[in-house]
Design a protein around this ligand. Structure first.
Ligand SMILES: NC(=O)c1ccc[n+]([C@@H]2O[C@H](COP(=O)([O-])OP(=O)(O)OC[C@H]3O[C@@H](n4cnc5c(N)ncnc54)[C@H](O)[C@@H]3O)[C@@H](O)[C@H]2O)c1
Length: 508
């Protein structure tokens, strides 16, 4: 729980395919690391092969950025993260896997060799997909054992935030495997788009390539700098593309007469020399140096990871805006959240619940990469665990999506006590006792335990304010939630007060 409204379960059931328990990934570069984040943060175990000894560090950094992005993107209860393990060979990675995603360099000979090795080791029913940006699946599946289970699953960077994945089969792909590939992507919140005709570059890269070629010409001919070209996109058409694409945008641009009028008005321009698209500038050393130099100026000293975080924060803002409108990728985000809420801990306080103990509403597994330079779980993660426990408490009290449309609890104070260290991989749970409440405030005490132990690892005491989010001010808790809260608080008042409750920080 934070200074933002929490999104909770909707009552309607949303049918999406079941998540696989584990997947194998081949290649852990820019795209492979994005796949790691997409799967691990959706609760799927990942076994990865990448010959680069530096891959675990790079993947760890991308995972950190992805966790940060998800923390901002959604307040839905994410499943306990999947485990990431590294394999020494492709064969070891794919052994027993039901789904494999290859993201090796875009070189046909590298991919074909890798896919041949993976297909020789994976069971015949295993779906094998490639992230290739433009190589035809028929070219890649040649040389594979059981090529009928191969398809392209072309994602977009960052894979953990952008939902689109183009799914395209080759001449020998069986439709059943295309369905299975699409189901895996959907199960982790993605938007599979079937590319029905096998073409180089598929759909999206055909379009992006056209823009890229034109942009290269404009730089080559000194018409504009790379920054000016980026401005030409981001202040105009780029904003529209996120929710309407090209055709719907132009339909509106045609005014009341719509698309026909647009085509009549701008049709003649197709004959004018507006584009150099058919021709490609030669990437001479001079042109590459010019573009790279201008790009350095544009980056203004910011590292790739810094720029990734900026990109992620902006994407999160766009996705959240689109979610509110139910438009484009926002609709996929809302569907993904519904599933998370339904499959997460959404138990609501019932008549028969045993209230003679603090409520045990949240459990998690500590990811290995939560460890800081001291070898311990970083202190911020404790707040995350307790924040997740607070969200679970709210759902238990009946705070659901409908309620959150105009009301929520905001955290106004937290006191954390760190008692013992946690290690990566530990399974933990949090118990919660309501210490007090009135119509506008809620006072709770959380205790974090390692599973199977009686000594607490940490505690947190928190105060929340009930807010009318539309009006932006404190307001009374509403019926239903109020009744459950009253019943839970009455029961918890009969429990002994927590030993560490009401502590203040002092030396003596
Ligand atoms: N970068 C993008 O924006 C983008 C977008 C969509 C799709 N793709 C596609 O994804 C694939 C990967 O691209 P990338 O940008 O991540 O490249 P990358 O160079 O960042 O990563 C490639 C990774 O593959 C590893 N590798 C090399 N040989 C390998 C082998 N034999 N087995 C396993 N791993 C091996 C490398 O060590 C490296 O970590 C390409 O097919 C590319 O076309 C890229």
């Amino acid at each position: 729980m934070s200074l933002a409204p929490t999104r909770c379960a909707s009552s309607s059931h949303y049918a999406v395919p079941e998540r696989p328990a584990a997947v194998a990934l081949l290649g852990g570069g820019v795209i492979g690391a994005g796949w790691v984040a997409r799967f691990v943060l959706n609760g799927v175990d990942v076994r990865l092969f990448d010959p680069d000894p530096d891959a675990p560090r790079k993947i760890g950094e991308v995972l950190d950025n992805a966790r940060r992005a998800y923390g901002r993107l959604t307040l839905a209860p994410l499943p306990p993260p999947g485990q990431l393990t590294f394999a020494d060979t492709a064969a070891e990675a794919v052994e027993g896997a039901s789904f494999v995603q290859e993201s090796a360099p875009e070189r046909p000979e590298v991919k074909r060799e890798l896919l041949a090795a993976a297909s020789a080791a994976a069971p015949p029913q295993t779906v094998i997909c490639s992230s290739t940006s433009g190589l035809r699946p028929s070219l890649l599946q040649d040389g594979m054992r059981h090529p009928e289970r191969f398809a392209v699953g072309h994602p977009f960077n960052p894979v953990y935030l952008l939902p689109l994945v183009e799914v395209c089969g080759g001449e020998r792909t069986a439709p059943e495997f295309l369905d299975r590939a699409a189901a895996v992507y959907e199960a982790v919140g993605m938007h599979p788009l079937r590319v029905r005709t096998e073409i180089d570059g598929f759909l999206a890269d055909r379009l992006l390539e056209a823009l890229w070629r034109e942009a290269l010409w404009l730089v080559q001919d000194d018409v504009a700098t790379v920054a000016e070209i980026d401005d030409a996109i981001r202040y105009g058409a780029g904003l529209r593309w996120a929710f309407m694409g090209t055709f719907l945008t132009y339909r509106i641009a045609g005014g009341e007469a719509g698309m026909r009028h647009f085509m009549e008005q701008f049709g003649p321009a197709l004959q004018w020399p507006w584009t150099k698209f058919v021709d490609v500038p030669e990437l001479t050393d001079d042109l590459v140096a010019k573009i790279a130099g201008q790009s350095d100026v544009q980056a203004a000293g910011r590292s790739t990871r810094e720029l990734e975080r900026l990109r992620d924060d902006c994407l999160v803002a766009v996705l959240q805006g689109l979610r509110a409108m139910g438009a484009g990728a926002g609709a996929d985000l809302a569907a993904w959240e519904r599933v998370l809420f339904e499959s997460g801990n959404t138990r609501v306080l019932g008549e028969d619940d045993d209230l003679t103990q603090p409520a045990r509403l949240h459990s998690a597994r500590v990811p290995a990469d939560w460890i800081d330079y001291n070898g311990h779980v970083h202190e911020s993660r404790y707040l995350q665990l307790f924040g997740d426990a607070s969200d679970a408490l709210l759902r238990y009290l009946g705070v659901d999506a409908e309620y959150l449309a105009n009301s929520s609890y905001f955290t106004v104070e937290t006191h954390l006590c760190h008692l013992r260290a946690l290690a990566g991989g530990d399974r933990v749970h949090v118990t919660t006792q309501v210490l007090g409440w009135d119509p506008k405030r809620l006072h709770v005490f959380h205790t974090l335990y390692r599973d199977g132990e009686e000594e607490p690892v940490a505690t947190a005491e928190q105060l929340f304010l009930h807010v009318d989010t539309a009006a932006g001010r404190a307001a009374g808790v509403r019926e239903g939630v109020r009744d459950r809260l009253s019943r839970l608080a009455d029961a918890h008042a009969r429990l002994p007060p927590p030993e560490r409750g009401g502590r203040r920080i002092a030396l003596g």
